[in-house]
Design a protein around this ligand. Structure first.
Ligand code: FAD
Length: 382
């Protein structure tokens, strides 16, 4: 197998959408809706999401009957890359828009589609991902949270961990074991929509290095899920999780998390950088251009109905390594004390924030080592 990053027709056809989202973001900045170098696409801000929903920037590719915009995936790509590059706080709709909504659209029951998708598209309904468990991260097939069949639905018992935004989410899509593993450990897994306001669920905080609560532990104790809130059929969970990975791994969210710091770095070195600054910043900008080119190629392949999983894993591996490198290089080429509270110096503030958060970039959504295993297998090397 070889990598394929087919030249695309480009994104030029979507310039009107780019102009529209830029206008929206300029208005948000003018009203003080967010401070770019303090926020990223993971920052949870429901008011921002509701305004983005009202402007038609959530659920863009979904059918109109479910609140979507019937747009192409490439038009959505243009909109999200502008949001991310601006540092817009997309966290309240990101998971639902990128992942949970599309899964419900493809595999969910009619009630879930009718009740949930239009609320996501309006920016009113947030989702989290209930996959990882204390003994099951990279090895996702080891999940032990189980659901037992009861009259009219299923009862879940077990615990999830690292669940981003569970305390602010309306729902999780939760991966559970509904049948013993059998010959393949991946068999017997099922995805279910779990509402966070129902009895039988307890959410406990985990603070990150910045002292911020984004992660949680989620404990299910005899929690009831009605039959029509399954995503797909019992036992299809694994295939669904893996088939969605190319969407999750290849987007601009995998290389733009530190973009505001890169911008501040370019401003800081100015028009007369020393040699080291010119080399390092030039290298970062060249890598960014290459990653964007690869990512848009994968977006075109996805739009054409192809499954470029190995190419997507490569983008995530290279993209998240690139995001992590930006604060490292920034602090080497600029002599500055990083501070999380220096409104006079956005470079210093962005640097402090990124030094603390960047270590997680190569872990979330699958670690680099695991991705490299996927890439090696795709290339026939293992
Ligand atoms: C910011 C952030 C947000 C997250 N949000 C969520 C969320 O919303 N929902 C959710 O379910 N999870 C979430 N996670 C969890 C994330 O998916 C896991 O941390 C990740 O899959 C790794 O699992 P683990 O932490 O159990 O590490 P482990 O799987 O225990 O891995 C430990 C180390 O061993 C290495 N390793 C493991 N297996 C192999 C292998 N086969 N070959 C080579 N090396 C290997 C790993 O690369 C890693 O370095 C989040 C994580 C982060 C950092």
């Amino acid at each position: 197998m070889k990598f394929e990053f087919d030249p695309t027709g480009g994104l030029a056809a979507y310039e009107p959408a780019r102009a529209k989202v830029r206008e929206f973001l300029a208005a948000e900045l003018a009203r003080g809706g967010f401070v770019p170098w303090k926020t990223t696409w993971t920052t949870f801000n429901k008011e921002f999401s509701q305004r983005a929903g009202a402007a038609g920037f959530i659920g863009m590719t979904w059918p109109r009957q479910y609140g979507g915009g019937d747009c192409s995936a490439l038009e959505r790509y243009v909109v999200i890359e502008e949001m991310l590059a601006a540092g817009a706080p997309c966290g309240a709709h990101w998971i639902a828009d990128r992942q949970s909504g599309p899964q419900i659209l493809r595999h969910g029951g009619e009630r879930a589609k009718r009740e949930i998708l239009p609320r996501i598209a309006r920016g009113e309904c947030a989702f989290g991902i209930g996959m990882s468990e204390p003994d099951s991260g990279s090895d996702l097939a080891a999940v032990r949270t189980r659901a037992d069949k009861v009259e009219g639905g299923w009862r879940i018992n077990g615990s999830k961990i690292w669940t981003t935004n569970a305390h602010q989410a309306d729902y999780l899509i939760t991966l559970v074991r509904t049948a013993p593993a059998g010959d393949r450990r991946q068999d017997g897994l099922t995805q279910m929509i779990t509402a966070m306001d129902q009895p039988g669920v307890t959410i406990r905080p985990i603070l990150d290095l910045t002292g911020h609560r984004e992660f949680n532990e989620v404990h299910f104790d005899n929690y009831f899920v009605p039959d029509d809130m399954l995503v797909g059929q019992p036992g299809q969970g694994w295939d669904m999780v893996t088939s969605e990975l190319a969407f999750e791994r290849s987007g601009p969210d995998r290389f733009l998390s530190a973009y505001q710091l890169l911008r501040a770095l370019v401003d800081r070195v100015g028009k007369s950088p020393n040699r080291e600054q010119a080399v390092q910043v030039g290298r970062l900008v060249a890598h960014l251009a290459t990653l964007r080119r690869m990512s848009t190629a994968v977006a075109s392949m996805l739009e054409a109905g192809r499954s470029p999983n190995v190419e997507a894993a490569l983008i995530k591996d290279l993209g998240t390594a690139f995001e992590r490198e930006i604060p490292e290089i920034a602090r080497l080429v600029i002599d500055v004390e990083a501070s999380r509270d220096d409104p006079q110096d956005k470079f210093s503030e962005a640097l402090a924030q990124l030094v603390l958060t960047a270590p997680s970039f190569t872990l979330r959504g699958g670690t680099r080592e695991v991705l490299r295993g996927v890439i090696a297998r795709g290339l026939g090397l293992r």
